[in-house]
Design a protein around this ligand. Sequence first.
Ligand code: URA
Length: 318
Amino acid sequence: MDARERLRLYLEQRREMGESEFVLDSLPVDEVLRLLGDKQPAAPRSAANWRETLASIGAEAPPPRAAAPRSPVKEPNTSASGEPSPRAPVTPPAAPPAAPPVTPPATPPAAPGAGLVVGSPMGELLPGPLAGLASLDEVARHVAACRGCELYKTARNHVPGEGHPHAGFVCVGEAPGQTEDELGRPFVGRAGELLTKILEAIQFKREDVFICNVLKHRPPGNRNPAPDEIKACSPYLLRQLELLQPRVILALGTFASQTLLQTTQPIGKLRGLVHRYHGVPLIVTYHPAALLRNPAWKRPTWEDVQLARRIFDSAAQG
Ligand code: URA
């Protein structure tokens, strides 16, 4: 089967799955462009050059975004759900992630504006009963034994989070869904599969980063987390972040973003800005579950994750 036919079949499959956009796939952009008759040599193109790429295939690229907050875009509540997938333990690699940096675009994107600032810098160890926990595994053991709220009674498993113990890039979602509860791992349902693809689009393997949630136990029926649950669970996330000392945090969806940033501002106002969470740059983007329902958010998500990747890269150089 030639490449054009493969592409046609692939796109048909995607359409059958209810998807109408083709933005965050791992199919190499250059290969697709070649299929579409592009004569340019592949080398100068990069994942970061998405405006150029869209223009070259005749698709409209939105104008560069100003740093100022934009009009709000409403995201529906992003409760976690998904289909079962086999549990596979993640073995942390010996060395910190060494993902290749995203090549800077020819025209640098507009500098993002500064956002909200929450908490004192990570360096000043936060007081509290968890301050003595010396590793992510220890935090996970405390999560397993946690009785700080009622969720442990209905959850099948605790879901502390997983990934590289020295990850510089941390993704924070809302709470485990059904599949996550069954498997004791974060983001392993359909939304998780999409998150893995999104990470791959910015040259991260899932195991290079750390993935966790604000809540470490599943709220029954995927209902929204309650304030007392957030209060009880937040110290675990904070200790995880203290131990990881990430270069950037990616907050996934309205709930994680508003909880971490202690705001009720809609996600459309929080996106595109560099917030600070205990000194760590924090970027807000749509929840992968919301993207599955609304493919129109894929492009803004692509911009958000590229911004997060650029901050990660520049922190590495600084
Ligand atoms: N949604 C989340 O917010 N977290 C998960 O772990 C899975 C889905």
